[in-house]
Structure formats: structure tokens, C-alpha cells
Design a protein around this ligand. Structure first.
Ligand code: ADP
Length: 617
């Protein structure tokens, strides 16, 4: 936005706020009752939140399927705490963490609708902006933040009634090698070997050879230092990302990606994302470099950006589905679409349009037509995706001649949490994976496609996960206790008891635990596992938990082909003028298989790049 315009908008907003304010309190909501939804421990939680212009007045949990008894204190106290502090950032109830977080997220979801109205932009049907962003997930919001930082005007158009997309459902961790955070972890022999293996891989091209040469130097310096903390670097991350996707990703895109991950971490931090101290290995990460946010909330990647946008004169419209990219004289010049209430809209982009409309994991027809790897991705295969992940951006851009890459690569996440299936506790250092007979069958720190395929090849097409009691934190306890006694949760105060509960031979369970402890000591594992947590002590005076899980459709790795400036490339290899894309709508970083923790990094890195370049048109 031009300085003068931004001033005018803020003035207008200030005027609106002053007019609307009463009793001297600042107006931050459009008064009314809003419905919010989020996932709790036992499924969706729905809340009705009543707000005045300046405060949260009441919260009612109107629908939930949480464990009776266990979740009652959270259902009673969390709304009270939120009202008392006028914030969703409150302490959860011990023993009912997921219910607590679910309620907080549902209230946050309701408030985000109230707050967006406060920007005064929701009912616009036309308008002219420097940049128009399609989709208010992590990528779109990052692009919008950068547009505003460059003093340009921006409108974010979102089709759902609320913002956040798949980003709010993310596994709440982001890969970035931030040494000061990783140094508290020790490096195991097996991890040293994993670095050496990365250096010894056959280079696929000069770019990869360059990463390997840099890594050799960095790792030699590390070894010479005599330190024993966990080593990491952007070059190791790039090699693992490229190799983890079977070299199908675009090395130039990965190079730019790897160079900006740490910056993206600090970008979010500056905007107000709350990081925990924890750095973990998410499932399929292959390295301990996933930085975790507080309360496992994906909204930590969304709300701070939304707040920045609203506070700096950016506008967001919701319930507005973009259906067409408008071209004028060979350049993308705006978007057209229809609001949920059936009213058409059209917005003009003076400079460019950024497509950040996410993937197509919830579009059964698309995923079935592109899938070549999995036996079936039909409607009976469950997905972790939000219902708006229907690939609209891919259809709109290809209608203008855009090129797609890697569309057939669709990720199944081997473990997930849902009412009907599994319990997702996503870091694997302290996990052992077993088949239905209680035998190990795969390396726990392997790739997601390998683990999912290995699960699907087992008789029962799923697996047990056994949790090291050394890491029985509140998350493990609260999640598993909910399911204990049913087909998904198991426990025992001894290995024998646990084996009996899981209905597997105790010798198999003991073998697997021995393998874990031995692999941790000597780095020799029959499946090649390299990442370990604490020693698994079977005599520990604590409950040992296990869960049963199976794969879910999670991420579509292919999408629009972009260059390192996030410009969309057409089928002849030329840039489509005025069109940028970022996030899950694009392909290029993840190849055949995305590493766990790489999605959030990708959307923030390329969302920012798209925003920074979109203003230069
Ligand atoms: P990413 O991780 O790439 O940011 P997300 O799934 O988090 O992707 O966000 C994409 C957002 O784009 C979602 O909120 C989704 O509802 C929105 N979206 C998808 N298609 C359209 C469309 N046609 N018009 C407007 N918004 C859209």
C-alpha cells in the first residue's frame, strides 16, 4: 500500500473504532455470537462465543465427544480462564491437555472471525490493491506480511469462513537448523554415520555436489572441535530434503529454500509465534531439527501473521471463493469469484496475484486421478486435510497454461490422531514401531512413504507404537489414557501387562525394546535406525503405553512449477506475468516424499519470497 493510502486506511479504521467504541474501551471485535470449531481429544469441539465490541462475554461448549469425567474440568474451567484473562493463551488442565487445547483453538477460531470483521474489509465486493493473495493459510499470510512491509496494499481472499487452512492443522513444528536450540542434544554414533552417508551420496548435479562439499567442511570443523552436541546445518538439511524426495525436487528451489529456513524461523518469532524449548524429530523428519510451538497449536503459525496484517492496514475477506484469475493484456490483473452467500466479487491487482490456495488432499477426484503410487486414495481413505484443500489454485493456474510438477506424489502420514483411528504424538526419538504381531518391521526414523508403505504391507495395515516411559509427558498420558481399553490405546505397569493388553507375545515386545536399547548404545540396528531418545527402562516405575495407528492422506507434494522468485512457470518454460505462487499449491521442494517438519518451513519461506517479489512487478 502506498504510504498515503495506508494512512487513509488506518485513519478509516481508527474512525470506525472510535465511532464504535463505548465506555472508552478499545473496540476489537464486531459484537455478536460466533461459532468456532477445533479438534479435541475425542473429535471436533464446537463452541459459541459471544463478544461485545471490546470483550469476550461468554463461551459455551455446544458440541464435544471428549471422555466423560476426564475432560469435565477442562470443559468447565478453560472457558472461565479465557474469559477471565480475555485471551485464549491460558494454562490447560493437567490430564486433559488435548481437550484444553481443543477448546482454546475452537475459541480462537471463533474470535478470528470476530477480529477479521474488525478490519472493516469483509463485505467488500470490489477493490483495487497492489497485490491480491488467494488463500489465508501460512503461505498466503506470509506473502501478505511482506507486501505490507514493502508499503504496498494487499487483500487476502479466503474461501472458508475462517482463515488458517491446513496450516492450523499442522503438526506444530518447523524444520530449521538453529544451532543454539539444537546444541542441548547429544550426537549419537548413528547420527555421525548418517552425516557421513549424506556426504558420500552420489551427487546428482553440481548444486548437490556443492552442498556436499560445504557439509564436508562444516562437519570436519565440528569433528575437530571435539564437541558432542547435535550437529546440523542448512547443507545437511538441503541434502536430506533432496534425497528424501528421491531427487525429484528441484535443486534450485531446494537451495533457496534451505538458505532461508532460519530467517523464516526468526520472522515468525518476531511476529509473536511462541516457540517451546523443544527441538524434535517429527515422524519422517530424519533429523532432530523440528522446532515446536507452544501447546502444539498450528494457529501459532497463523494468528501472529493475521494480527500483523490487520494492524498494518492489510485486508482479509473470508467466505469468498476465487474461481478465476483475470488476465489483461497477457498479465494476471485480478481475481473473480463468488461469496458463500452467492454474491459475485471481483478485485483488481495493480501489480500481481499470489496463489496460496493450498493442496488437493481433500479432493477425492483429483487425488485419485493423479495418484500412481498408492493402491487407492478413494474416499474411504481418511485425510488429515481441511475440507477446503481441493486444489482450486492448480485448476485456475493451469487454465492459464501453468505447468505442474510431481502431481502424482501424495503423502500418506503413517500416524495420525482422529476419533476413529490413531493417536498422533509426532516425535519419534522415544518410539518403537511394531506390527500386529509385536515385531519391528521398519525403521522408526525413516521416511513417511516408507513407513506408510510398510504399514500397508502388514496383515492389519497399521502398526503399534510403544512409548518409552522415560518420556511419559502429559501429552502422552492424556492422549493415550483417553483410548486405553479400546482398540487404539494400551497400557501396562510391566512389559508383560502391556503385551497382554496388546495381545502380542511378550518375547516380541521384549526383543523390540532390547533392539532399541542396543541400537542406541552401538548404533547397529537391523533396520538402520539412527535417532534415539532416552534408554528404555523396562523396570521403570511407570506405566508403559502403546497405541495402534494407520496411514492418512496428508500432503500433496506436487503442484504449480515456480522459479526461485516464486513466479509461476507455464508449459513452455516462461514466467506467467503477474502470477506468483507459494506453499502447498506449488511443487519443487519435496519431490516424491516430504520430510516431516518441512511443510511449515516451505510455506513461510516461499510465502515471503512471493510477497517480496510480487510488489516488484
Ligand atoms: P498453505 O500451507 O500452502 O498455506 P493452507 O491449506 O494452509 O495452505 O491454506 C490455503 C488456504 O487457501 C486455505 O485456507 C483454503 O481454504 C484457501 N483456499 C483454497 N482455495 C481457495 C479459493 N478458491 N479461493 C480462496 N481461498 C482458497
Amino acid at each position: 500500500m502506498k504510504k498515503g493510502m495506508k494512512g487513509l486506511f488506518l485513519l478509516l479504521l481508527a474512525g470506525l473504532l472510535t465511532l464504535a467504541s463505548c465506555g472508552g474501551k478499545e473496540e476489537i471485535y464486531t459484537a455478536g455470537t460466533y461459532t468456532g470449531e477445533a479438534t479435541g481429544n475425542g473429535g471436533p469441539i464446537t463452541v459459541e462465543v459471544e463478544v461485545t465490541g471490546s470483550e469476550i462475554k461468554s463461551i459455551e461448549v455446544t458440541h464435544q465427544t471428549e471422555t466423560p469425567g476426564l475432560s469435565d474440568p477442562a470443559i468447565k474451567s478453560v472457558p472461565e480462564r479465557i474469559i477471565e484473562s480475555q485471551s485464549t493463551d491460558v494454562d490447560g488442565i493437567s490430564g486433559a491437555t488435548n481437550t484444553s487445547v481443543g477448546i482454546m483453538n475452537a475459541v480462537e477460531n471463533a474470535l478470528s472471525q470476530a477480529k477479521i470483521d474488525q478490519a472493516g474489509a469483509v463485505s467488500k465486493l470490489t477493490g483495487e490493491y497492489d497485490v491480491i493473495v488467494v488463500g489465508a493459510g501460512g503461505a498466503g499470510l506470509s506473502a501478505a506480511v511482506e507486501v505490507l512491509r514493502a508499503d504496498n496494499s494487499v487483500l487476502v481472499v479466503e474461501k472458508m469462513p475462517f482463515i488458517g487452512g491446513n496450516t492450523t492443522r499442522a503438526g506444530s513444528a518447523m524444520n530449521a537448523p538453529v544451532p543454539e536450540r539444537q546444541h542441548k542434544y547429544k550426537m549419537h554414533e548413528s547420527e555421525i554415520r548418517r552425516v557421513e552417508e549424506a556426504i558420500a551420496l552420489e551427487p546428482q548435479n553440481e548444486i548437490m555436489a556443492g552442498w556436499q562439499a560445504t557439509l564436508r567442511e562444516e562437519f570436519d570443523a565440528y569433528l575437530a572441535s571435539g564437541e558432542d552436541y547435535l550437529f546440523d546445518s542448512p547443507s545437511l538439511h538441503k541434502i536430506q530434503t533432496y534425497a528424501g524426495g528421491d531427487y525429484i525436487g528441484d535443486p534450485e528451489i531446494i537451495d533457496t529454500y534451505g538458505d532461508h529456513t532460519v530467517e523464516a524461523f526468526h520472522f515468525l518469532e518476531e511476529l509473536g509465534t511462541h516457540w517451546t524449548e523443544k527441538v524434535v524429530a517429527m515422524i519422517g523428519t530424519v533429523w532432530v531439527r523440528a522446532n515446536r510451538v507452544e501447546n502444539n497449536k498450528g494457529s501459532e503459525f497463523v494468528n501472529p501473521q493475521r494480527d500483523y496484517i490487520v494492524a498494518n492496514g492489510g485486508e482479509i475477506v473470508v467466505d469468498s471463493k476465487v474461481e478465476e484469475l483475470v488476465m489483461t493484456d497477457g498479465k494476471v490483473s485480478g481475481v473473480k469469484g463468488t461469496r458463500t452467500d452467492g454474491v459475485p466479487f471481483e478485485y483488481t491487482a495493480k501489480k500481481s496475484v499470489v496463489l496460496a490456495s493450498g493442496g488437493f488432499g481433500a479432493n477425492v477426484e483429483m487425488r485419485e486421478s493423479y495418484n500412481k503410487f498408492w493402491p487407492s486414495l478413494a474416499s474411504d481413505v481418511e485425510t488429515t486435510n481441511h475440507p477446503g484443500a481441493t486444489g482450486d489454485g492448480i485448476a485456475m493456474a493451469t487454465a492459464l497454461g501453468a505447468q505442474t510438477v510431481g502431481m502424482e506424489w501424495i503423502q500418506l502420514i503413517p500416524i495420525y490422531y482422529s476419533e476413529t483411528a490413531a493417536i498422533y504424538i509426532g516425535y519419534i526419538e522415544n518410539l518403537i514401531m511394531l506390527n500386529q504381531d509385536g515385531n519391528r518391521f521398519v525403521k522408526e526414523d525413516g521416511r513417511r512413504d516408507e513407513i506408510s508403505a510398510a504399514e500397508l504391507s502388514q496383515d492389519k495395515k497399521g502398526m503399534f507404537m510403544v512409548y518409552n516411559p522415560a518420556k511419559n509427558d502429559i501429552l502422552v498420558k492424556s492422549r493415550i489414557e483417553k483410548y486405553d481399553g479400546g482398540p487404539y490405546g494400551f497400557s501396562g505397569s510391566t512389559v508383560e501387562e502391556l503385551a497382554e493388553d496388546m495381545e502380542i507375545p511378550v518375547e516380541n515386545l521384549l526383543n523390540a525394546i532390547n533392539e532399541y536399547n542396543q541400537g542406541r548404545e552401538n548404533g547397529n540396528d537391523q533396520f538402520g535406525r539412527a535417532i534415539y531418545g532416552e534408554e528404555f527402562d523396562v523396570t521403570a516405575d511407570d506405566i508403559i503405553y502403546a497405541t495402534w495407528t494407520h496411514p492418512f492422506i496428508h500432503h500433496t507434494m506436487g503442484g504449480l512449477k515456480i522459479n526461485t522468485k516464486a513466479q509461476v512457470i507455464d508449459t513452455d518454460g516462461n514466467v506467467i506475468p503477474g502470477l506468483y505462487a507459494a506453499g502447498e499449491v506449488t511443487g519443487g521442494v519435496h519431490g516424491t516424499n516430504r520430510l516431516g517438519g518441512n511443510a511449515i518451513t516451505d510455506i513461510i519461506v516461499y510465502g515471503r519470497i512471493a510477497g517480496q517479489n510480487a510488489v516488484t512487478e
